[in-house]
Each structure stands twice: as structure tokens, then as C-alpha cells.
Design a binder for this molecule. Structure first.
Ligand SMILES: [Zn+2]
Length: 148
């Protein structure tokens, strides 16, 4: 009689597949984070299964060039790059919605996101605000914490 081999639970297997599917984008995120970590004193933390890279501890200094950037966080796969720990905390739910988008789209998200911006602009909307992925991320910010 053959022994049954141990198997992964379906939810763990699905989580691993999502991580692998988004891995090329996460690799880009790590590549972008590397100079910040090595030369700019950025901090790397693992939070809720994602890697967060904060350039500054606490708040973003008001007089730094980063405080004048049009965005304060960027998600690439499972890597979230942020100006500061405070900005990452403030934007966590939004950026984690983008992580879930990478898990659905994989490397295609790198094409789908700018295509959605172009489509929004061609429709007369704003390339960022009316991008369907941004609209979805803003909606997901409002979801209860345990709904995934
Ligand atoms: Zn966003």
C-alpha cells in the first residue's frame, strides 16, 4: 500500500502561484530598491507578506526632493517602495491593492497599467485618477481588512 504524499493546501498552493506569477515584477522592485538600500540608507521590512522599502524613517522630511514628488509610493510586484515609513503606513491598503493586481495580471500588469492610463486619457479623463487600476485600488482601500 502506497503512502499518501504530503501535499500543499489549496490556499497555500494558490498563494505560491500568485507569488510566482508576480515574481518578475517583484524582481524589478528589488532591483529598484537595491541602490536605495545600499547607498541611501533605506530600510526594508516585511509587512503582511510584502516587502516595503522606506527611504526615511518616520515622516518624509519637508525640505527633501522626495516631499515634492507627485507620488510617494510605487508598487512593483510584492515590493512597495515608499518615501517614508509614515507614507507607507498611510498608503498601505492602496498599495496592497496594487500587489493583488500584480498577482492577477503578473508581468502583463506592466503593460496593462500604462494602457489603462492611455485609455483613460483618450476618453477625456485623467491618466492617473481615471486609470481603472487606480479606481479599483481606491475602492479596495475601503474594504474591510479581512476580505482579502
Ligand atoms: Zn495607486
Amino acid at each position: 500500500m502506497a503512502e499518501l504524499s504530503p501535499s500543499l493546501s489549496p490556499s497555500l498552493s494558490l498563494k505560491m502561484l500568485k507569488t510566482l506569477w508576480a515574481a518578475p515584477c517583484s524582481a524589478l522592485g528589488l532591483l529598484a530598491a537595491l541602490p536605495l538600500l545600499l547607498f541611501a540608507g533605506a530600510q526594508l521590512r516585511r509587512i503582511e507578506g510584502r516587502l516595503e522599502v522606506a527611504l526615511f524613517q518616520g515622516e518624509t522630511p519637508r525640505h527633501s526632493v522626495w516631499a515634492r514628488m507627485p507620488f510617494s509610493a510605487l508598487t512593483l510586484g510584492h515590493v512597495i517602495l515608499g518615501c517614508s515609513e509614515a507614507e507607507l503606513a498611510r498608503l498601505r491598503r492602496h498599495e496592497q491593492a496594487h500587489v493583488r493586481q500584480y498577482e492577477r495580471w503578473g508581468v502583463l500588469f506592466l503593460l496593462a497599467y500604462p494602457a489603462a492610463s492611455l485609455l483613460a486619457a483618450l476618453r477625456g479623463g485623467h491618466f492617473y485618477r481615471d486609470n481603472c487600476f487606480e479606481v479599483q485600488a481606491r475602492l479596495e482601500e475601503e474594504w474591510p481588512r479581512d476580505s482579502g
